[in-house]
Design a protein around this ligand. Structure first.
Ligand code: SAH
Length: 224
């Protein structure tokens, strides 16, 4: 999978994608993350990407031309499954959406900034608008990182134990069971006996029961 992220703050994303599992996914050749500095597509020598809004409203608005140039250059090279805009009024991001995006070959994620982007970009270039939650961030970079991380980590081969991604919370609409590691006893606090039993069927049954109990208690809405 290839993800192209368009941003005015590439340095904010470089570090993130060069760490841990996101970095490994790229080294293994499973995911390609390309971060594009929108200012490289500006027309003027000041590399201006924002301007005052028509109507005299407060705040600055991202201009249409640099975004058009960048998206058009990318689309000339390959077909994209989705051109995503991160936006608080978009569709709420969740695990099913991450699962379905993880099947894509090529994605563009455009990060908004300032007051937002010229609405014509949303009307003519964007195929999907995604919000990561009901709050407003200063820019779309964190949202793009959240989306790319959730999408890439479930591509087979990214996490060494594939089973481990499938048993995470929200797959099957269930929260994950608790996990423990050594020592089996710490300050008198015990790990559940069944996990030390080596009895695979009983461990599986315990895991499912824990998942059901925790979902019922913490997120009953998922069971509906
Ligand atoms: N004026 C806009 C908010 C602008 S915030 C409004 O009221 O809807 C600046 C940018 O940050 C947005 O364009 C968007 O790209 C990003 N952003 C802010 N909150 C976000 C969220 N919850 N999910 C995804 N992107 C968000």
């Amino acid at each position: 999978m290839r993800i192209d992220i368009i941003t005015v703050l590439p340095e904010m994303l470089d570090g993130f994608f060069n760490c841990s599992i996101m970095s490994r996914a790229q080294k293994k050749g499973i995911a390609e993350i390309h971060i594009h500095n929108l200012r490289d597509y500006a027309y003027d020598r000041y590399r201006k990407v924002d301007d005052y809004p028509f109507g005299g409203f407060a705040g600055m608005v991202m201009k249409i031309e640099p975004i058009d140039r960048c998206i058009s250059a990318l689309k000339a090279e390959r077909d994209y499954d989705e051109v995503i805009f991160t936006s608080p009024d978009g569709e709420r991001f969740d695990q099913p959406m991450a699962n379905s995006l993880s099947l894509a070959q090529n994605l563009i994620i455009l990060c908004g900034h300032f007051k937002g982007i010229d609405y014509r970009i949303r009307e003519h270039f964007i195929t999907k608008e995604i919000s990561i939650g009901d709050y407003v961030l200063t820019g779309g970079e964190l949202a793009a990182a959240v989306i790319a991380d959730a999408v890439v980590r479930i591509i087979p081969g990214v996490i060494s134990d594939e089973q481990s991604a499938l048993s995470d919370s929200f797959q099957d609409n269930l929260l994950a069971a608790p996990v423990y590691t050594r020592p089996a006893e710490y300050k008198g606090w015990q790990v559940p006996e069944v996990l030390l039993s080596g009895h695979e069927a009983k461990v599986k049954e315990w895991e499912l029961q824990q998942s059901l109990e925790r979902t019922q208690r913490l997120r009953p809405d998922l069971l509906k």
